[in-house]
Design a protein around this ligand. Structure first.
Ligand SMILES: [Zn+2]
Ligand SMILES: [Zn+2]
Length: 259
């Protein structure tokens, strides 16, 4: 009864295990739905093919802000991709000024286009944002649609940004980072976000939660993220899992219920 709202199943580092085994391991730990995220024109078909193989996997389509040059997707391509089977969201898109300032303009252009196409397709948006608070919020306000808003995934910004995004209908998704020892500011955000706006994710294969920090992450570890946050929110694990799962299906309302 848990959902991993953001994972990169085509990039997991599984050693000699298969993807089917990783998805089964997740199911055994109560993770019964996974949203597999595309990052560029180069991996979108792999993501769609995985979603086609497993009933509990949904897909998003889009180009990550750090892939907008080599992995760019045109407006026409994106619109066509939104109509493919198993697609429940547009993204990940957004702005990331942490790694590079060089591509700011092209990132903004791509983000605006993704927001616009998502509105046209009636799909929610999976937004990646880092060190770009004002521009992210401005573009959502300008090009986003409140009735098919989206999620700020792997959220690492502050309470003020979370509040502004929620005011525009957005959800906040937390990853294993919230379990890290130095993440007090993020735990403050976690306490602030109301239970009807919170999602959980792994962002696997990156950012494994404590006690797996530094190891390759995989969807089953969303359980550790959820257990940690349930404690923080002073809820039972079951109540926390149920709330965040309801949130997922409310936002991604085209996802097939496999929980
Ligand atoms: Zn991301
Ligand atoms: Zn991601």
């Amino acid at each position: 009864m848990l959902v991993d709202s953001h994972c990169h199943l085509d990039r997991l580092k599984l050693g000699d295990r298969s993807l089917a085994q990783a998805i089964e391991a997740a199911a055994e730990r109560g993770v019964s739905h996974l949203l597999c995220i595309a990052i560029s024109s180069q991996n979108v078909e792999a993501v769609l093919s995985i979603a086609g193989q497993y009933p509990q996997v949904s897909a998003s389509v889009g180009a990550h802000p750090l892939d907008v040059e080599e992995g760019a997707i045109t407006r026409e391509q994106l619109l066509a991709l939104t109509r493919r089977p198993h697609v429940v969201a547009v993204g990940e898109t957004g702005l990331d000024y942490y790694y590079t300032e060089d591509t700011k303009a092209i990132q903004r252009e791509s983000f605006a286009m993704h927001l616009d196409v998502a509105g046209q397709a009636g799909l929610p948006v999976v937004v990646h944002t880092r060190d770009a608070r004002k521009d992210t919020l401005d573009l959502i306000e300008q090009y986003g649609r409140h009735d098919s808003a989206g999620v700020l995934h792997c959220f690492t910004e502050d309470v003020a940004m979370a509040r502004s995004a929620m005011d525009m209908g957005y959800y906040i998704s937390l990853s294993g980072i919230v379990t890290f020892r130095n993440a007090d500011a993020l735990r403050e955000v976690a306490e602030y976000v109301p239970m009807d706006r919170l999602l959980v994710e792994t962002d696997s294969p990156y950012l494994a939660p404590v006690p797996f920090r530094g190891k390759p992450n995989e969807p089953q570890y969303v359980r550790e993220v959820a257990e940690f946050l349930a404690d923080l929110k002073r809820l039972s694990f079951e109540a926390f899992a149920q709330k965040t799962t309801e949130n997922f299906y409310r936002l991604f309302n085209r996802a097939e219920r496999t929980v």
